[in-house]
Design a protein around this ligand. Structure first.
Ligand code: BTN
Length: 317
Protein backbone atom coordinates (compact mmCIF):
# COMPACT_ATOMS: atom_id res chain seq x y z
CA UNK A 1 0.00 0.00 0.00
CA UNK A 2 1.37 3.40 -0.93
CA UNK A 3 1.08 5.87 1.93
CA UNK A 4 1.44 9.55 1.25
CA UNK A 5 4.21 10.66 3.56
CA UNK A 6 3.03 14.25 3.31
CA UNK A 7 -0.22 15.32 4.94
CA UNK A 8 -2.80 13.03 3.34
CA UNK A 9 -6.04 14.78 4.23
CA UNK A 10 -5.25 18.07 5.84
CA UNK A 11 -4.83 21.40 4.15
CA UNK A 12 -3.44 24.22 6.21
CA UNK A 13 -6.13 26.67 5.07
CA UNK A 14 -8.94 24.29 5.98
CA UNK A 15 -7.45 23.88 9.44
CA UNK A 16 -7.26 27.68 9.81
CA UNK A 17 -10.87 28.16 8.67
CA UNK A 18 -12.00 25.64 11.27
CA UNK A 19 -9.85 27.27 13.94
CA UNK A 20 -11.36 30.69 13.17
CA UNK A 21 -14.90 29.29 13.35
CA UNK A 22 -14.11 27.56 16.63
CA UNK A 23 -12.71 30.69 18.20
CA UNK A 24 -15.64 32.86 17.17
CA UNK A 25 -18.64 33.04 19.47
CA UNK A 26 -20.93 34.37 16.71
CA UNK A 27 -21.09 34.44 12.94
CA UNK A 28 -18.09 35.15 10.73
CA UNK A 29 -18.74 36.50 7.26
CA UNK A 30 -16.95 35.02 4.28
CA UNK A 31 -15.30 38.38 3.76
CA UNK A 32 -14.01 38.63 7.32
CA UNK A 33 -12.65 35.10 7.12
CA UNK A 34 -11.05 35.75 3.74
CA UNK A 35 -9.36 38.95 4.94
CA UNK A 36 -8.23 37.42 8.18
CA UNK A 37 -6.75 34.35 6.50
CA UNK A 38 -5.39 36.16 3.45
CA UNK A 39 -7.38 34.25 0.87
CA UNK A 40 -10.44 34.70 -1.37
CA UNK A 41 -14.10 34.25 -0.40
CA UNK A 42 -14.38 31.48 -2.97
CA UNK A 43 -11.55 29.62 -1.29
CA UNK A 44 -13.25 30.05 2.11
CA UNK A 45 -16.49 28.68 0.69
CA UNK A 46 -14.69 25.63 -0.74
CA UNK A 47 -13.09 24.85 2.61
CA UNK A 48 -16.44 25.26 4.38
CA UNK A 49 -18.01 22.79 1.92
CA UNK A 50 -15.15 20.37 2.46
CA UNK A 51 -15.57 20.57 6.27
CA UNK A 52 -19.30 19.96 5.87
CA UNK A 53 -18.59 16.85 3.83
CA UNK A 54 -16.47 15.57 6.72
CA UNK A 55 -19.41 15.97 9.08
CA UNK A 56 -18.97 19.47 10.54
CA UNK A 57 -22.31 21.23 10.84
CA UNK A 58 -21.80 24.82 9.73
CA UNK A 59 -24.71 27.20 9.64
CA UNK A 60 -24.58 29.68 6.78
CA UNK A 61 -26.75 32.77 7.09
CA UNK A 62 -26.78 36.36 5.95
CA UNK A 63 -24.46 37.14 8.85
CA UNK A 64 -21.91 34.58 7.78
CA UNK A 65 -20.83 31.18 8.97
CA UNK A 66 -21.15 29.61 12.43
CA UNK A 67 -19.84 26.26 13.61
CA UNK A 68 -22.76 24.38 15.15
CA UNK A 69 -21.16 21.01 15.84
CA UNK A 70 -18.17 18.85 15.00
CA UNK A 71 -18.35 15.14 14.18
CA UNK A 72 -16.86 12.64 16.62
CA UNK A 73 -14.30 11.66 14.06
CA UNK A 74 -10.61 11.49 14.78
CA UNK A 75 -9.77 14.08 12.14
CA UNK A 76 -6.36 15.73 12.37
CA UNK A 77 -7.75 19.20 13.16
CA UNK A 78 -9.32 17.80 16.32
CA UNK A 79 -5.87 17.43 17.87
CA UNK A 80 -4.29 20.88 18.07
CA UNK A 81 -0.53 20.62 18.33
CA UNK A 82 -0.50 17.12 16.84
CA UNK A 83 -2.38 17.72 13.60
CA UNK A 84 0.65 18.25 11.38
CA UNK A 85 1.94 14.80 12.28
CA UNK A 86 -1.31 12.90 11.77
CA UNK A 87 -2.07 10.64 8.82
CA UNK A 88 -5.79 9.99 8.92
CA UNK A 89 -7.69 7.16 7.24
CA UNK A 90 -11.46 6.56 7.41
CA UNK A 91 -10.60 2.88 6.88
CA UNK A 92 -7.33 1.01 6.49
CA UNK A 93 -6.00 -2.56 6.62
CA UNK A 94 -3.88 -1.93 9.70
CA UNK A 95 -2.36 1.30 10.99
CA UNK A 96 0.73 -0.83 11.76
CA UNK A 97 1.34 -1.44 8.06
CA UNK A 98 0.96 2.22 7.13
CA UNK A 99 3.19 3.28 10.01
CA UNK A 100 5.85 0.76 9.01
CA UNK A 101 5.92 2.08 5.48
CA UNK A 102 6.06 5.66 6.72
CA UNK A 103 8.82 4.88 9.22
CA UNK A 104 10.87 3.03 6.57
CA UNK A 105 10.59 6.11 4.40
CA UNK A 106 11.90 8.33 7.16
CA UNK A 107 8.75 9.67 8.88
CA UNK A 108 9.78 11.56 11.98
CA UNK A 109 9.40 10.82 15.66
CA UNK A 110 5.81 11.43 16.73
CA UNK A 111 4.16 10.67 13.39
CA UNK A 112 0.71 9.24 14.04
CA UNK A 113 -1.44 7.02 11.83
CA UNK A 114 -5.11 7.07 12.84
CA UNK A 115 -7.97 5.03 11.36
CA UNK A 116 -11.68 5.02 12.12
CA UNK A 117 -11.82 1.31 11.27
CA UNK A 118 -9.37 -1.43 10.28
CA UNK A 119 -10.13 -4.34 8.01
CA UNK A 120 -7.07 -6.36 9.14
CA UNK A 121 -6.33 -5.08 12.63
CA UNK A 122 -3.51 -7.04 14.25
CA UNK A 123 -3.21 -8.12 17.86
CA UNK A 124 -0.36 -9.67 19.84
CA UNK A 125 0.83 -13.20 19.12
CA UNK A 126 -0.52 -13.15 15.57
CA UNK A 127 -4.12 -12.62 16.64
CA UNK A 128 -6.73 -10.51 14.94
CA UNK A 129 -7.81 -7.22 16.52
CA UNK A 130 -11.46 -6.53 15.80
CA UNK A 131 -11.62 -2.95 14.60
CA UNK A 132 -15.14 -1.78 13.76
CA UNK A 133 -16.16 1.90 13.62
CA UNK A 134 -16.49 3.37 17.09
CA UNK A 135 -13.14 2.19 18.40
CA UNK A 136 -9.89 4.13 18.49
CA UNK A 137 -7.05 2.69 16.43
CA UNK A 138 -3.71 4.37 15.99
CA UNK A 139 0.00 3.78 15.65
CA UNK A 140 2.63 6.21 16.88
CA UNK A 141 6.09 6.19 15.32
CA UNK A 142 8.80 6.61 17.95
CA UNK A 143 12.54 6.83 17.54
CA UNK A 144 13.80 6.54 21.12
CA UNK A 145 17.50 6.57 21.96
CA UNK A 146 17.37 3.36 23.96
CA UNK A 147 18.76 -0.13 23.56
CA UNK A 148 16.42 -2.67 21.91
CA UNK A 149 16.24 -4.63 25.18
CA UNK A 150 14.46 -1.68 26.77
CA UNK A 151 11.86 -1.31 24.01
CA UNK A 152 9.15 -3.14 26.07
CA UNK A 153 9.23 -0.13 28.42
CA UNK A 154 7.46 1.79 25.65
CA UNK A 155 4.50 -0.58 25.95
CA UNK A 156 4.50 -0.19 29.73
CA UNK A 157 4.54 3.57 29.30
CA UNK A 158 1.66 3.45 26.83
CA UNK A 159 -0.45 1.16 28.99
CA UNK A 160 0.07 3.47 31.99
CA UNK A 161 -0.94 6.45 29.83
CA UNK A 162 -4.15 4.70 28.71
CA UNK A 163 -5.13 3.64 32.24
CA UNK A 164 -4.42 7.12 33.62
CA UNK A 165 -6.50 8.72 30.85
CA UNK A 166 -9.44 6.43 31.61
CA UNK A 167 -9.15 7.16 35.33
CA UNK A 168 -8.93 10.93 34.79
CA UNK A 169 -11.78 11.20 32.27
CA UNK A 170 -14.23 8.69 33.72
CA UNK A 171 -13.07 8.02 37.27
CA UNK A 172 -13.02 4.30 36.48
CA UNK A 173 -10.71 1.79 38.10
CA UNK A 174 -8.64 0.93 35.02
CA UNK A 175 -5.86 -1.57 35.78
CA UNK A 176 -2.95 -3.11 33.90
CA UNK A 177 -2.70 -6.78 33.13
CA UNK A 178 0.76 -7.94 32.16
CA UNK A 179 2.23 -7.39 29.67
CA UNK A 180 0.25 -4.34 28.60
CA UNK A 181 -3.48 -4.86 28.48
CA UNK A 182 -5.76 -2.31 30.08
CA UNK A 183 -8.62 -3.84 32.02
CA UNK A 184 -11.82 -2.48 33.53
CA UNK A 185 -14.05 -4.66 35.71
CA UNK A 186 -12.02 -7.75 34.75
CA UNK A 187 -12.38 -7.22 31.00
CA UNK A 188 -10.02 -5.92 28.37
CA UNK A 189 -10.69 -2.45 27.05
CA UNK A 190 -7.39 -1.70 25.32
CA UNK A 191 -4.61 -3.67 23.66
CA UNK A 192 -1.13 -2.57 22.73
CA UNK A 193 1.13 -3.95 20.05
CA UNK A 194 4.54 -2.62 19.18
CA UNK A 195 6.85 -3.43 16.31
CA UNK A 196 10.50 -2.56 16.42
CA UNK A 197 13.13 -2.05 13.77
CA UNK A 198 16.65 -2.18 15.20
CA UNK A 199 20.17 -2.92 14.05
CA UNK A 200 23.62 -2.95 15.62
CA UNK A 201 22.15 -2.59 19.09
CA UNK A 202 20.28 0.60 18.21
CA UNK A 203 16.59 1.22 17.80
CA UNK A 204 15.69 2.65 14.43
CA UNK A 205 12.00 2.96 15.22
CA UNK A 206 9.34 1.47 17.46
CA UNK A 207 5.80 1.61 16.12
CA UNK A 208 3.43 1.70 19.02
CA UNK A 209 -0.05 0.49 18.09
CA UNK A 210 -2.95 1.14 20.45
CA UNK A 211 -6.49 -0.16 20.05
CA UNK A 212 -9.22 1.04 22.41
CA UNK A 213 -12.75 -0.29 22.55
CA UNK A 214 -14.33 3.12 22.91
CA UNK A 215 -17.86 3.29 21.52
CA UNK A 216 -17.71 -0.28 20.32
CA UNK A 217 -20.97 -2.17 20.87
CA UNK A 218 -20.49 -5.08 23.24
CA UNK A 219 -21.87 -7.61 20.74
CA UNK A 220 -19.06 -6.66 18.36
CA UNK A 221 -16.46 -7.77 20.90
CA UNK A 222 -15.31 -11.09 22.31
CA UNK A 223 -16.66 -12.13 25.70
CA UNK A 224 -13.39 -11.28 27.45
CA UNK A 225 -13.54 -7.68 26.24
CA UNK A 226 -15.48 -4.59 27.21
CA UNK A 227 -15.78 -1.04 25.89
CA UNK A 228 -15.78 2.42 27.41
CA UNK A 229 -19.33 2.88 26.12
CA UNK A 230 -20.43 -0.29 27.87
CA UNK A 231 -18.93 0.57 31.25
CA UNK A 232 -19.93 4.24 31.22
CA UNK A 233 -23.35 3.45 29.73
CA UNK A 234 -23.05 6.31 27.23
CA UNK A 235 -21.25 7.28 24.05
CA UNK A 236 -17.92 8.76 24.96
CA UNK A 237 -16.15 11.51 23.01
CA UNK A 238 -13.47 9.61 21.17
CA UNK A 239 -11.67 12.77 20.11
CA UNK A 240 -11.56 14.05 23.69
CA UNK A 241 -10.19 10.68 24.79
CA UNK A 242 -7.53 10.46 22.10
CA UNK A 243 -6.50 14.09 22.62
CA UNK A 244 -6.02 13.47 26.34
CA UNK A 245 -4.19 10.20 25.70
CA UNK A 246 -1.73 11.76 23.25
CA UNK A 247 -0.88 14.37 25.88
CA UNK A 248 -0.41 11.65 28.56
CA UNK A 249 1.92 9.71 26.26
CA UNK A 250 3.90 12.81 25.35
CA UNK A 251 4.33 13.73 29.04
CA UNK A 252 5.69 10.30 29.86
CA UNK A 253 8.20 9.98 27.05
CA UNK A 254 11.04 11.90 28.74
CA UNK A 255 10.85 9.58 31.77
CA UNK A 256 10.79 6.38 29.71
CA UNK A 257 13.98 5.10 31.34
CA UNK A 258 13.23 6.32 34.85
CA UNK A 259 12.28 4.13 37.78
CA UNK A 260 9.12 6.21 38.26
CA UNK A 261 7.60 4.58 35.16
CA UNK A 262 7.91 1.09 36.66
CA UNK A 263 6.55 2.34 39.97
CA UNK A 264 3.52 3.79 38.19
CA UNK A 265 3.00 0.54 36.26
CA UNK A 266 3.21 -1.49 39.48
CA UNK A 267 0.70 0.76 41.25
CA UNK A 268 -1.79 0.20 38.42
CA UNK A 269 -1.05 -3.50 37.98
CA UNK A 270 -3.78 -6.09 38.46
CA UNK A 271 -1.29 -8.92 37.84
CA UNK A 272 1.26 -8.46 40.62
CA UNK A 273 0.66 -10.60 43.72
CA UNK A 274 -1.71 -12.85 41.78
CA UNK A 275 -1.32 -16.49 40.80
CA UNK A 276 -0.69 -16.55 37.07
CA UNK A 277 0.00 -18.91 34.22
CA UNK A 278 2.19 -17.49 31.51
CA UNK A 279 2.10 -19.27 28.18
CA UNK A 280 5.31 -18.14 26.58
CA UNK A 281 6.92 -19.37 23.35
CA UNK A 282 8.19 -22.85 24.22
CA UNK A 283 7.23 -22.88 27.93
CA UNK A 284 4.43 -22.49 30.43
CA UNK A 285 5.22 -20.84 33.75
CA UNK A 286 2.86 -21.10 36.71
CA UNK A 287 3.27 -19.32 40.02
CA UNK A 288 2.88 -16.02 41.86
CA UNK A 289 3.66 -12.83 39.90
CA UNK A 290 5.90 -10.93 42.26
CA UNK A 291 7.56 -8.15 40.25
CA UNK A 292 8.50 -6.69 36.87
CA UNK A 293 12.14 -6.03 36.07
CA UNK A 294 13.61 -2.93 34.41
CA UNK A 295 12.78 -4.24 30.92
CA UNK A 296 9.17 -5.01 31.79
CA UNK A 297 9.70 -8.78 32.11
CA UNK A 298 7.43 -10.44 34.69
CA UNK A 299 9.11 -12.23 37.61
CA UNK A 300 7.21 -15.30 38.79
CA UNK A 301 7.85 -17.36 41.92
CA UNK A 302 7.04 -20.98 41.12
CA UNK A 303 5.56 -23.34 43.75
CA UNK A 304 9.00 -24.84 44.40
CA UNK A 305 10.30 -21.34 45.20
CA UNK A 306 12.39 -20.83 42.09
CA UNK A 307 12.14 -17.56 40.22
CA UNK A 308 11.31 -17.46 36.51
CA UNK A 309 11.24 -14.52 34.14
CA UNK A 310 8.66 -14.10 31.37
CA UNK A 311 9.59 -11.69 28.62
CA UNK A 312 6.56 -12.26 26.39
CA UNK A 313 3.48 -14.46 26.30
CA UNK A 314 -0.09 -14.77 27.37
CA UNK A 315 -1.05 -14.24 30.98
CA UNK A 316 -3.97 -16.06 32.60
CA UNK A 317 -4.79 -15.00 36.16
C1 BTN B 1 -3.42 -6.93 21.59
O1 BTN B 1 -3.45 -8.05 21.07
O2 BTN B 1 -3.82 -6.77 22.74
C2 BTN B 1 -2.86 -5.75 20.84
C3 BTN B 1 -3.89 -5.05 20.01
C4 BTN B 1 -3.34 -3.86 19.27
C5 BTN B 1 -4.37 -3.25 18.34
C6 BTN B 1 -3.89 -1.98 17.72
S1 BTN B 1 -5.19 -1.08 16.92
C7 BTN B 1 -4.04 -0.01 16.22
C8 BTN B 1 -2.88 -0.86 15.77
N1 BTN B 1 -3.16 -1.42 14.47
C9 BTN B 1 -3.25 -2.74 14.51
O3 BTN B 1 -3.49 -3.47 13.51
N2 BTN B 1 -3.07 -3.19 15.74
C10 BTN B 1 -2.81 -2.10 16.67
Amino acid sequence: MAVNIHKPMITEMKRRVLEALRESSGYLSGETLANRLGTSRVSIWKHIRSLEKEGYLIEASRNGYRLVSSPDLLLPYEFPGFEQRIHYFPEIGSTMDAARELAKRGAGEGTIVIAEAQTHGRGRLGREWLSPMGGIYFTLILRPKISPANAPRINLMASVAVAVTIRKLFGLNAGLKWPNDVFIEGKKVCGILSEMDAEMGEVNFVNLGIGINANTAIHQLEGTATSLKHVTERDISRKEFLGALLVEIEHRQPSLMEASLLEEWKRLSVTLNKDVTITAPGEVITGRAIDVDATGALIIRERNGSLKKAVAGDCTQ
